[in-house]
Design a protein around this ligand. Sequence first.
Ligand SMILES: Cc1ncc(COP(=O)(O)O)c(C=O)c1O
Length: 445
Amino acid sequence: MATSSDSSSLLSYGSNVTKGVGRITEGIMTSGKGSYVEYDDGRKMLDFTCGIGVTSMGHCHPKISKAAADQCMNVVHCSIAFHEPYLRLIQKLLPIMPDPSLDSFFFWNSGSEAIEAALKMARIATGRQNIICMQGAYHGRTFGAMAVTRSKTIYSKGVAPLMPGVFTIPFPFWHQLGGKPDMPDDAQVAQCLYQLDLLLAQQTAPADTAAIIIEPVLGEGGYVPAPRAFLEGLRAVCDKHGILLIVDEVQSGFSRTGKFFAIEYSGVRPDIMVVAKGLANGFPLSGVISRKEITDKLTPGSMGGTYAGNAVSCAAACAVVDAMHEENVLTNVNTRSEELFSALNALKSAHPQHILDVRGRGLMVAVEFATPGGPGAARDAVAAPVAATMASRVAKKCIARGMLILTTSVYEVVRFIPPLNISAADLAKGAAIFREAVEEVIREG
Ligand SMILES: Cc1ncc(COP(=O)(O)O)c(C=O)c1O
């Protein structure tokens, strides 16, 4: 661990870190255990970010870290043959797939790379070029992933041309449809499926369309679960036209929403599913999962990369799946989720002028504040003047009070991504810190 004099001299190198890399706190994080992290200056913070939905089983989970450490003394890298953790991981994942047709696995490093691979696979398997994505979607910052990202312009500003052949339809989110938070789901779904129908008639013929890509819970777009009827509607359109449905579970997968995969809430079958983040609790690992009928069309060597499916990361991921079963983590997620929703809805009832919406699933939850200006403001349900930029101000106050928390989307949204095995006491502590922060911002105006 760095001493404070080491840290202050090390910190000066912060100015040599490329400006394009973002951070939400100052200082050096020196350790993490369970739901808490510590900084070099002695700060101990409750972590409601999990490093953006990654350390879902808590920091340095003993079983997972040990599995990785043991693997380090065995085989670390092996890109020219199978290694045991890779195959063992497939053995452990097969029984928890949202559909038995998902039987072909390929591991990568990051979510973005896995998205690239999924897009590539869809084009090869269908012999078609075009991809339909969702307004508000986030799929990553590499070129193909960036092209299907529609959550914020910052990710692709100034780097065009992006991958061609990308078309966008609205995701059922009231903001994007000119509605209010109480806009009924069925009206939203009908509008979005109508736009898909029009898109296929006016802009990209089904015969040119390889895939539709969707996050079952819109992440960077504002933490909005896709209604079941929308996912069913997409499935029906895909089936009718031979289009592949790519489901991005990078953020929503691995028990985050109270089921192993968020798509399970709909019962819809993905043709290709992309996973990452919580899969290996912090070790870099992603996966593209499909069915052999699709992946058998690939030429050996056309997918992959030097570090793809690293042995240490795969060993950690095996331990993640085991720990999730052994610790009955889904039950904890669902119980803690009810507690979190009840605390946040109580806060909303106390401040209806300032809090527009509480939404999400499991422990992927968001609070949206009203906005006096900025995107979507004209359509806010609340006309009363409220504090500007509430989400970032509330997040900063939470951090000052000892809790890490993130904003998301172009709207005023704070997101909660606590560890899936968080205790009732720590969850209540986080909810109380959030309440104090919100009320302080409201008082300040
Ligand atoms: C839904 C979704 N897809 C893809 C990605 C990209 O993953 P990565 O940052 O590992 O490249 C993210 C990252 O936040 C994500 O949330």
